[in-house]
Design a binder for this molecule. Structure first.
Ligand code: ADP
Length: 403
C-alpha cells in the first residue's frame, strides 16, 4: 500500500513516498542538475536528511538513485520495491485525450508524445521519467495524473478562442488550463471545510506562485480557468505577462526584428512582475523593495498583480453567480497576508470580509474571513503529490490495471 509519486522536470526530479493506509509521507526528495555538473540528490525521511552527490547523467540514473534511497537500510523507508503498489507520475499536458488519471500503457505514452507539441518543455521530461521507471521497475504499474485533466469539464463556450474554428479542428487550439491537480485538491478541501452540500458549491481557487492561475469550480467541476492553450494566458505572473493584446507580439517582433525564439523568450522569461519591477520575479524581493526602498516600479508590479487577480475573481463570480468561497494557495497565496488583503479589498459586493488578525496565517488551512462574511476566504496549502498518490492508488485498487 505504498505509492511513489514522481514529478520529473528536464533537469530535476521530485519524489514522495506515501503510505496509503494513513496517507503519511514516508520519505521525499529532490534530484537536481540531472545531466549537468554538480548533480545531487537531497533525500529526507522525517527530520533526517541525506545528501547523495553522484554523477547523474540521465533520468534513468536519477530514478535508480531514488529507488536506492527509498530502499536504503540506513535511511530508506521500505525494505524493497516489492512493497510499492504503484508509481504515480505528474504529467503536464494530456491534451483532450485525458479527463482523468490513467494506467500508463504504450498507447498512453504515444498520446503524451503527440501532446508534447503543446507542452514542449514539460511533456518530454515527464515521458523520460515514465520510460526510466518502466525500464528499471518493469513489474510495477505506473499511472499518469495530468495537470490539464481537471479542466476538461470546461464547456465549449469557455474553451474555444474567437479564431476560425478550423484551427481548433486542425491544431487543437483551445483553452486547456493547468495546475488542475492543485485546483482540484484545494476546491475539494474547501468544500469539506465549509461542509458545502455536494452539487451546490461555487468556489474560486487562486493558485498564486511563480506561475499563477485561477479557476471557477462549480459543484466540484472546473468550468473555467485563467491559463489557456499554454500557461502564458491569464493573470500577470512571475515572468509571464498573462492576458495580452496579441498585436503587441507582432508589433514587437517587427520593431525589435525578433524571430519566434526571441519573442517566446521574452513572453516566458522577461515579463510579469519581473518585467514590470525590473527587480525580481520573486514576490518576496518585490514586496521588500516596495516597502523598504519605496521602489515605485515594485509597487506598481504588486498593484498590477493584485488587480489582475481581482478582475478574474469578479469574472468568475459572474459565471458562478456568486461564490461560496475564494481559496488562496501556492507559494504566494499561502504565505503573503498582504497580497491576500490587497486582492480582497473592495470585494464587499461579493460578501468578502477578511479578518486581519486571522489573515496572519501561513502554511496551514485557515478560514481568514470575518465571522459574518457571506463569501468565505480560505487559505489552503496545496498538496499535488497527495492528490497524485490518491489517484494512483485508486486506479491500483480498482484493478483496472491490466497492461
Ligand atoms: P512554483 O511552484 O510556481 O515555482 P510556488 O508555488 O513555489 O511556485 O511559489 C513560489 C513563489 O511564492 C515565489 O516566487 C515567491 O514569489 C512566493 N512566495 C513564497 N513565500 C512568500 C512569502 N512569504 N511572501 C511573499 N511571497 C512568497
Amino acid at each position: 500500500m505504498k505509492v511513489l509519486v514522481i514529478n520529473c522536470g528536464s533537469s530535476s526530479l521530485k519524489y514522495q513516498l506515501f503510505d496509503m493506509v494513513n496517507e503519511a509521507v514516508l520519505a521525499k526528495g529532490l534530484v537536481e542538475r540531472i545531466g549537468l555538473e554538480g548533480s545531487v540528490l537531497n533525500h529526507s525521511k522525517g527530520k533526517e536528511k541525506h545528501v547523495i552527490k553522484e554523477e547523474i547523467n540521465d533520468h534513468e540514473k536519477a530514478i535508480s538513485l531514488v529507488i536506492n534511497a527509498i530502499t536504503s537500510p540506513e535511511y530508506g523507508a521500505i525494505k524493497s520495491v516489492e512493497e510499492l503498489s504503484a508509481i504515480g507520475h505528474r504529467v503536464v499536458h494530456g491534451g483532450e485525450d485525458f479527463s482523468g488519471s490513467v494506467l500508463i500503457t504504450e498507447e498512453v505514452v504515444e498520446s503524451l508524445r503527440r501532446n508534447s507539441e503543446l507542452a514542449p518543455l514539460h511533456n518530454p521530461p515527464n515521458i523520460m521519467g515514465i520510460k526510466a521507471c518502466q525500464k528499471i521497475l518493469p513489474e510495477i504499474k505506473q499511472m499518469g495524473v495530468f495537470d490539464t485533466a481537471f479542466h476538461q469539464t470546461i464547456p465549449e463556450e469557455a474553451y474555444l478562442y474567437g479564431i476560425p474554428y478550423e484551427y481548433y479542428q486542425k491544431y487543437k487550439i483551445r483553452k486547456y488550463g493547468f495546475h488542475g491537480t492543485s485546483h482540484k485538491y484545494v476546491s475539494q478541501r474547501a468544500a469539506a471545510m465549509l461542509k458545502l452540500t455536494e452539487g451546490k458549491s461555487r468556489i474560486i481557487t487562486c493558485h498564486l506562485g511563480n506561475g499563477s492561475s485561477i479557476a471557477a469550480v462549480k459543484n466540484g467541476k472546473s468550468i473555467d480557468t485563467s491559463m489557456g492553450f499554454t500557461p502564458l494566458e491569464g493573470i500577470v505572473m512571475g515572468t509571464r505577462p498573462g492576458d495580452l493584446d496579441p498585436s503587441i507580439i507582432c508589433y514587437l517582433m517587427e520593431k525589435e526584428n525578433w524571430g519566434i525564439k526571441e519573442i517566446n523568450n521574452m513572453l516566458n522569461k522577461k515579463c510579469g512582475v519581473l518585467g514590470l519591477s525590473g527587480v525580481s520575479s520573486d514576490f518576496r524581493d518585490i514586496e521588500k523593495s516596495a516597502v523598504e526602498d519605496g521602489n515605485k516600479r515594485s509597487q506598481i508590479a504588486l498593484d498590477r498583480f493584485a488587480y489582475a487577480v481581482k478582475k478574474y475573481i469578479g469574472s468568475y463570480a459572474a459565471i458562478l453567480n456568486g461564490a461560496d468561497a475564494i481559496v488562496f494557495t501556492a507559494g504566494l497565496g499561502e504565505n503573503s497576508a498582504s497580497m491576500r488583503l490587497k486582492i480582497c479589498e473592495g470585494l464587499d459586493y461579493l460578501g468578502v470580509k477578511i479578518d486581519k488578525d486571522k489573515n496572519f496565517t501561513r502554511g496551514v488551512e485557515a478560514d481568514v474571513s470575518a465571522d459574518d462574511a457571506a463569501t468565505r476566504v480560505l487559505v489552503i496549502p496545496t498538496n499535488e503529490e497527495l492528490m497524485i498518490a490518491r489517484d494512483t492508488y485508486e486506479i491500483f485498487k480498482s484493478g483496472k490495471t491490466k497492461l
